[in-house]
Write a protein that binds this ligand. Structure first.
Ligand SMILES: [Zn+2]
Length: 249
């Protein structure tokens, strides 16, 4: 009796193969690679901070042009990540329901390490989370992502007597944004003023990250980069703040 071909594990019918990465994962499954080896495949995609920025730019271009919505969320991708995660970027974003980070950058499972808190403010837990991402997940990039029409930033522009009526911890959160919007030049156009305030907050929070010893040392060694970004809800496009002058507080 001749040898029968070994049947493929029933994890991914051919119609589910969307991307080069899924194809490589499927090949690895066929070869009988271990879960650990399969998980390692992900890292080959993005190895430097510049490649991470490009991957996010490409993903956002797919999103805002209507070509997104096809990330790796299949059964194979899930199973390949059982043993470990290998995200390439950490993103500090707002909790706003209109800013779903993975969708905005058209990224699949295991690619982004996301912290979401109103106003994308830096706090103790967020810093610990980012230090973990650098030290133990070997991420290439940290992005602070602000967005059009941010309610937390708008609150920071309100008179003190109005903010005083908010509950205790919300007041404390707003106070983390106020220093960077308190001395803004007068801008008559309301939308332009809000955009400037959000950008100020992105630069301010990014600056705080960049002055945290462990993050600063990681950036100085070239291991990671810290950048900012602004998401425009209307267009779906993200503006990237990658140069020193873009990030200057
Ligand atoms: Zn917001």
């Amino acid at each position: 009796m001749s040898d029968l071909p070994v049947p493929l594990p029933a994890v991914l019918p051919p119609t589910d193969v969307h991307t080069d990465l899924e194809r490589r994962i499927l090949d690895a499954v066929r070869r009988g690679a271990s879960m650990e080896d399969i998980a390692g495949l992900k890292n080959a995609d993005v190895q430097t901070p510049e490649a991470a920025i490009q991957a996010l730019k490409d993903g956002n271009a797919r999103f805002f042009s209507g070509q997104g919505g096809n990330p790796d969320v299949g059964a194979n991708q899930r199973r390949a990540q059982i043993m470990r995660q290998t995200p390439y970027a950490a993103i500090l974003a707002c909790s706003d329901s209109r800013v779903p980070v993975e969708l905005v950058f058209d990224q699949g499972l295991g690619q982004l390490f996301v912290i979401r808190v109103a106003g994308n403010v830096v706090g103790e837990s967020g810093l610990g989370t980012l230090e973990y991402a650098i030290k133990h997940l070997d991420i290439q990039l940290i992005m602070v992502l602000g967005h059009e029409g941010c309610g937390a930033v708008a609150a920071a522009l309100l008179p003190p007597e109005v903010v005083a009526q908010e509950p205790e911890h919300l007041r404390k959160l707003i106070e983390k944004i106020q220093p960077c919007v308190s001395n803004m030049p007068p801008i008559r156009d309301k939308k332009a003023r809000m955009r400037e305030a959000v950008l100020n907050n992105v630069r301010y929070q990014a600056d705080m990250l960049r002055h945290t010893p462990y993050i600063a040392a990681s950036e100085q060694s070239g291991r990671i980069r810290v950048i900012g970004a602004f998401y425009e809800i209307g267009s779906g496009a993200v503006d990237f703040l990658t140069e020193e002058e873009d990030l200057r507080v």
